[in-house]
Design a protein around this ligand. Structure first.
Ligand code: DQA
Length: 141
């Protein structure tokens, strides 16, 4: 089964960006890790990152048309992008992942416009959250 892992704005800077919050692993390293884990789980994982909201919406449309499950970290768009929520709702299976514990940070990070459209949310478990999301997709339908 194909799975898309889609990372939003600023997540291409993992490893450089606030390492005390997001860790020292780069996006490239994360992607390699997830592709390897996917292979172990029998999933064909593709990892993408963009700083363009329009591009992310396009990828969600692609997932909706192909019925491809998505692991999504919408990053800052989580908190306000109705356009993204409108795209997410069209995709049959979306797991929302946040590296940091968004509930233990600034108040504005506690609200997600994506969560009502997601199958589930993992937050605060670091990059392990992506791995748990893949394991969930591999073991449930
Ligand atoms: C994030 C949390 C968001 O609030 C933030 O804007 C991000 C990353 C996370 O993975 O913890 O860019 O989604």
């Amino acid at each position: 089964m194909k799975v898309l892992v889609l990372n939003g704005v600023n997540l291409g800077r993992l490893g450089k960006r606030q390492p005390e919050v997001y860790g020292a692993t780069t996006h490239e390293q994360l992607a390699q890790r997830l592709v390897l884990l996917g292979a172990e789980l029998g999933l064909d994982v593709e990892v993408r990152q963009t700083d363009s909201e329009a591009e992310l919406v396009g990828w969600l449309h692609e997932a909706a048309d192909a019925k491809t499950p998505v692991v999504l970290n919408p990053a800052a768009w989580t908190h306000y992008s109705i356009a993204l929520a409108d795209a997410v709702v069209q995709v049959p299976r979306v797991l929302e992942v946040h590296i940091s514990n968004v509930h233990a940070r600034e108040d504005f990070r506690r609200h997600s416009v994506i969560t009502p459209c997601a199958e589930g949310v993992i937050a605060g478990l670091g990059l392990g959250g992506y791995e748990l999301a893949l394991r969930h997709l591999a073991t449930s339908s």
